[in-house]
Write a protein that binds this ligand. Sequence first.
Ligand code: OVV
Length: 407
Amino acid sequence: MNMIEGHMTFEPSADIPVWDVDPYAEDVLIDPAPYYAELRARGPLVYIPKWSVLASGRYEETRDIFSDHSRFVSSRGVGLNDFKYGEPWRPPSIILEVDPPDHTKTRKVMARALSPKAIAGLKEEFRRTAEMIIEQLIERESFEAIADLAEAFPVAVFPKAVGMVDSDRRRLVDYGAMVFNALGPDNKFRRDAMAMAPDIVPWITGACTRDRLTKGGLGALIYAAADDGEVTEAEAAMLVRSFLSAGVDTTVTGIGSALWCLASNPGEYEKLKADASLARPCFEEVLRFTSPVHTFARTANQDTEVAGLRVAEGTKILCALASANLDPQKWGDPEIFRVDRKPVGHMAFGAGIHGCVGQNLARLELEAVLTVLAETVERVEFAGEAVWRPNNAIHALDRMPLRFIAR
Ligand code: OVV
């Protein structure tokens, strides 16, 4: 058996187009739109020999693959490594990297802790924090929007919401970068991220235990499920780890990309200012337009077909969520950012049983930031060049100097 990046190589069916591209090349990760356009144009599935994977970039097929958890499983990993063969770099997530019935149990516990009811009480605190941070930024001639707002806000509110006793901004942000880079091949981005593991992993693990969490937080709700016998104590710690894996880098990226969209589209910012109730639809459009998580993989668990094309057992399929979100067949004019588009069915939170369980919390965070912005900032202007930060699964800004003109 020939392996590549921890999964089996395979010969694609003859009717699947072969494309000699590296989706994980630095230039593609920095500016992926041309790659997505060609991926969609070449067919519903393409074979990429460089990593011996299939890739899906059209809306319909990407959605179909993502919605079918029994043929396209998560338990073999949602990156290039097939957990059936190799040791994952960390103990697999017991919500992301599992299938039913194991998934059903942990999903229920997480969904309860992140339900609209469980998180409703956070709204005021999110709003106050957004006011405090944005008020200070307005005073400055310019600022570094990724560090000073996109990171500062989630790191101020999220660990506190979870109930973390010890919070460490750099480790929280870098852990997210590790988790998402780990989904790609053993390239520079993955290796650089993994070099941080000896420092970060023990810290993360230590931060997830019951005694490191306060009574009123989301983490305590997970441990309450352990008290009720729904999950074990060790499983509870793993689910708290999932909060920290999935809840920081994603929302940091969402805020950074929202600011980038609004600075790039002043007319759309005018609409948001005129009607702050557009904060939520605006965030959905930011998600569609920028797709913080650009790619998750699935593994075919049986010989099957997609769009009439043969897919063999063990095949890794890269699902380019960001490409589905830019498919003109679905969206008509996907290249236009419109705060009032209301892009129902976008794939930025995934789809199906693994659809983002924290999406309501993400929305609450972005609603706070975008509402306070609309109410207090007259104009959002670039004060320098925005620079993207290549990551094997996240499309995020690295730096973005901005200026807020007071309203
Ligand atoms: C959705 C997501 C992303 C990254 C990590 C996890 C989940 C996790 O459960 O660890």
